[in-house]
Design a protein around this ligand. Sequence first.
Ligand code: MG
Length: 501
Amino acid sequence: MSEKLNQLKEILGEVTDLRNAGAVLGWDQQTYMPQGGSEARGHQLGTLGKLAQIKFTSDEVGQLLEDLRAEFAGVDPGTDDDAAMLRVVSRDFEKARRVPPEFVVEVAMVSTRAFEAWMEARQKSDFSIFRPHLEKVVELTQRYISFFPPADHPYDTLLDDYEPGMKTADVQAIFDNMRPKQVKLLKQIAAAKQVKDGFLYGKYNEKKMDAFSVEIATKFGYDWTRGRQDRAPHPFCTTFSVNDVRITTRFEKENPTAMLFSTMHETGHALYELGCKQEFDRTPLMGGTSLAIHESQSRMWENLVGRSFAFWEHFYPQFKKLFPAQLDGVSLRTFYKAINKVEPSFIRVNADEATYNMHIMLRLELEIGMVDGSMQVKDLPEIWNDRMNAYLGVTPPNDAQGVLQDMHWAGGSIGYFSTYALGNIVSAQLWEKINKDLPNLDDEIRKGKFDSLLEWLRSKVHVHGRKYDPQDLVKKVTGSKIDSAAYVRYLTKKYSEIYGL
Ligand code: MG
């Protein structure tokens, strides 16, 4: 290995250390830190973030990258890990250098205030409190875009931060193709005999639900010597190294099984990070390649596995033994239908598999409209309600259950929503390929076994970390780029059977 490559790796190792140390502080902030620690924690996170940024965007790194690109000219980043790292780091570096440090500070200030205003606005269900802050966030987002060379669409610049290489037009084409099919399916479901699920919302014991959730995470293959689970207000997964990937959970009295499904979800994220090649640890190739690919992993374990009939054929007797009163007289079949009930609703995070993507498409359209100036912030509540009605046939009774429900825009993040739907789509594409490669998978799941599934995911997806961009990875693994056909097939088959369509 060349001396310069060694030097670059040493610096990047330190940048990674600083960022991961920040992640530890962030994890603590959401799990154990007493309220009083919050101001100091803000400073600590800010200082670590700044140090990492200064180190990463230094002229020294720029020079090393330039020299090494010349040295590696002609080496294929698709096969050579060092060439792949240079490709990924050069892109990260080029992006990071375009954004002035004062701007980063301004975004932090504006989004802190916007977040506070959003919490108040949502609590009072009064969009006018949030409106001036969101206008400021939109203005900053447009300014951020202006730091980059013009793209086909201004939204491309934002999307690229979450889905490297994806274009707005690609996502629109994928969604345009899917929307009418999904709307048609939803209409058929609405006209069919509805599913009963009241027994899922009874009184369930938290400790038992937690113990069952932990057992499932273990069965999925979560390695407790390289991870742990704690309580947090919102479930998440966080990574400090390839050998320390943690998840969190919470119990909601009014929705007790959410603990189980969100643990499956976060375990899916964790398995992805834990499956990354050990050699990528402490380098920028460590971790998931994009939010959509990450979400494809969490959604697969939560939905394609965790809400499948085969899964519950194995686990329902045990689950029912834990909750005999709640599930008295509830057959496996009834239970399976209940956990897959389709019901158009106002809130995205509670949406079922069949309606979820509609929530995302709506948000993408609004984000694009805000960014390209074709929609004014003041008109968002009305546009929101109109489209909810068009796509899901429901109109939110107030803005708290409508345009004010998500925290993303308040936190300064515009450009991120579509990755949730893309994750669903990719999960189904991978699933079709997995089932071709592993024809006995359904039988294995029926026996409560997941090793060959995990092994497949590790060797085809997880091991690569950030080496391949999302579209290239999906193409490499499935033979085609991101495409909604498999997802539409999956939904149609599953719900036709459940609803007798
Ligand atoms: Mg997720």
